[in-house]
Design a protein around this ligand. Structure first.
Ligand SMILES: Nc1nc2c(ncn2[C@@H]2O[C@H](COP(=O)(O)OP(=O)(O)OP(=O)(O)O)[C@@H](O)[C@H]2O)c(=O)[nH]1
Ligand SMILES: [Mg+2]
Length: 194
């Protein structure tokens, strides 16, 4: 798929308002192959015409990315998705977090090609066969549903789209390596050095 073709007309979103409590320092800035994790993720979405970083103003500098503050700070990535849906410039958002440095343009292209007319989310399955909601395509029609979830006290990102409106895609789990702890990062760096 062409990186400049029709399919790249997503609003790219990185939600980056977390506390990195398991990592112990800001994991977005932790280095892998000499680059911050945030940079790895951003590079996978650089072809998107609009790029949003949901984060406290002043926390990160990422050229070409517009910083949008959380409307519900500290309420988790589902709240980050709500803020992003409110600012969507396109029908579809490519939404992810700071801690999936294995994402690539090819990953997003595969999700784009898996969309169906009825789909409102496209999620890849991880190595255990579970949908990974932190690296997915979400349609802006989901905004009222996401707001209703948050208003009711729900915080689970995996509920952002009703199951029957989700497309699930196998075969992409290697892109979904998630860094939550320093040990996760050490293991990933060791594998990449092989
Ligand atoms: N916008 C926004 N993003 C969040 C929020 N909480 C977590 N995130 C992001 O969601 C993604 C996945 O979250 P986690 O892996 O739980 O990250 P975290 O909350 O920083 O880490 P822990 O404190 O260890 O759970 C990361 O990109 C976080 O920055 C929030 O309140 N607002
Ligand atoms: Mg968390």
């Amino acid at each position: 798929m062409s990186r400049t073709g029709e399919d790249w007309k997503f609003t790219a979103v990185i939600t980056a308002g977390g506390r990195s409590s398991r990592f112990g320092s800001d994991k977005a800035l932790a280095l892998l192959d000499g680059q911050p994790l945030l940079r790895h993720v951003a590079d996978s979405l650089q072809a998107c015409p609009t790029r949003l970083l949901i984060a406290p103003p002043g926390r990160y500098t990422l050229a070409g990315w517009e910083v949008i503050p959380d409307t519900r700070p500290g309420e988790g990535p589902l709240a980050g998705l709500e803020a992003a849906l409110n600012h969507a410039q396109t029908p579809w958002l490519a939404f992810t977090g700071v801690d999936l440095p294995g994402l690539t343009p090819g990953f997003w292209g595969a999700l784009a090609r898996a969309r169906t007319p009825a789909a409102r989310a496209v999620l890849a399955l991880d190595g255990a066969g579970r949908p990974q909601p932190l690296a997915g395509l979400y349609h802006r029609d989901l905004l009222p549903h996401v707001t209703a979830l948050l208003d009711s006290g729900e915080r689970r990102l995996r509920l952002a789209a009703p199951f029957e409106q989700c497309v699930h895609l196998a075969g992409l789990s290697s892109a979904l390596r998630n860094v939550n702890t320093p040990a996760d990062l050490t293991a990933l760096a060791a594998e990449r050095a092989l």
